[in-house]
Design a protein around this ligand. Structure first.
Ligand SMILES: *Cc1c(COP(=O)(O)O)cnc(C)c1O
Length: 376
């Protein structure tokens, strides 16, 4: 029988309204102060948030921009990536990683992923390097860092920089270091569903390199050294004060939120340990996952999604179609002659379960029971 406590309600894949409800008084106070402040773009709150988030990542500089896509694009621009160049990345990512490379005029050189973590396979980098390669761009997929040490060694050997796509990796760690602190430049997104999300668009590039940080600041605003004096080909990609004010509030909740995500992940993983048909995500021993997404694998994805749906559990797929098979991307990308078999296999088998700090314990328990039921 349905009950009025809502415990039989469908458990949504995402529930941003809960995060906002919990923080509402603080968000409204920050909004009011910003409105009164009379400075709405690149003002004191943006500077404060840039400093706070760079410190959080363990680097010296942060440069706020308009989105995560722009953060990748402007990072590549700062490194001089342009027409005719190639950037090595993966195909089981969100389209924006690719959009950013294409916006520079460069070609994404896609390589395959490891069958376990589904992150960039360091063993595939060497064969993809050409005289045109300007950057290695691993994506920390689902919030788990790519294996950065061998990737960095390969990039060093080739004399090219490594840039981290950290859009899903706020607070994730690799061998004790925060995501974003290892690449020459690292790009973050503050899209609302990310572990650190705004109530709109936002992004940041972080780096330890003061010279590159200066260049990023020029690039994001018309190349202005000072007002109306442009010193290089720049753009408009800025973070606004209201988003920065809100992000400062949400930053204080990031570690707690990530800890809650890890606890939920542990509950799912312990149920899946007994499953014959569904495998838990592979957690590498080199780091700390922030569980931006909790992604299982199964040969019968449609069956699992339908079974969970019948139990009132919404799911999603990240990502159903790899980049090299998408109409809007395929013709612009380079793919190795042997194709991307691990990537294609993963895209056919992955399913994401609800994962956000605001999931209640009774909901987590219901999801665990639903997982057991579909397996029985
Ligand atoms: C979200 C995301 C981006 C882009 O961020 P936007 O802020 O939406 O532009 C880039 N890469 C990955 C892997 C993402 O998940």
């Amino acid at each position: 029988m349905a009950n009025i406590t809502g415990t039989d309600a469908v458990i949504p894949f995402n529930a941003l309204s809960r995060r906002i409800a919990e923080a509402r008084p603080e968000l409204l106070a920050a909004f009011n102060a910003t409105v009164e402040g009379g400075n709405w773009i690149l003002g004191p709150r943006v500077s404060e948030f840039e400093a706070a988030f760079a410190r959080y990542c363990g680097v010296a500089h942060g440069v706020g921009v308009a989105s995560g896509t722009d953060a990748i694009w402007i990072a590549l621009e700062a490194l001089g990536v342009g027409a005719g160049d190639e950037v090595i990345t993966v195909a089981n990512t969100c389209v924006p990683t690719i959009s950013a490379i294409l916006k520079c005029g460069a070609t994404p050189a896609l390589i395959d992923v490891l069958p376990g973590t589904l992150n960039m396979d360091p063993g595939k980098v060497k064969a993809a390097i050409s005289p045109k390669t300007r950057c290695v761009l691993p994506v920390h997929l689902y919030g788990q860092c790519a294996d950065l040490a061998p990737l960095q060694a390969l990039a060093d050997e080739a004399g090219i920089p490594l840039v981290e796509d950290c859009a899903q990796a706020h607070g994730s760690e690799y061998r004790g270091k925060r995501a974003g602190s290892m690449g020459r430049l690292s790009a973050f997104s503050f899209y609302p569903t990310k572990n650190l999300g705004a109530l709109g668009d936002g992004g940041m590039v972080v780096t330890d390199d003061a010279r590159l940080a200066d260049k990023l600041r020029l690039l994001r605003q018309y190349g202005y050294q000072e007002r109306n004096h442009s010193v290089l080909r720049g753009f408009n990609s800025r973070l606004d004060e209201i988003q920065a004010a809100w992000l400062l509030r949400f930053l204080t909740r990031l570690d707690g939120g990530n800890a809650r995500r890890r606890a939920i992940a542990a509950a799912y993983t312990s149920v899946l340990a007994g499953s014959r048909t569904v495998s838990a995500p592979v957690a590498a021993d080199y780091g700390r996952h922030n569980y931006h997404l909790y992604v299982v694998r199964t040969k019968d994805r449609d069956g699992l999604a339908a079974g969970l749906r019948r139990s009132g559990v919404e799911t999603a797929v990240h990502y159903p179609v790899p980049i090299h098979l998408q109409k809007g991307c395929a013709e612009f990308c380079r793919v190795p002659p042997q194709g991307l078999p691990e990537t294609e296999k993963a895209c056919a088998e992955v399913l994401s379960l609800p994962m956000y700090p605001e999931l209640r314990d009774d909901e987590v328990a219901r999801i665990c029971r639903a997982l057991q039921a579909v397996d029985a």
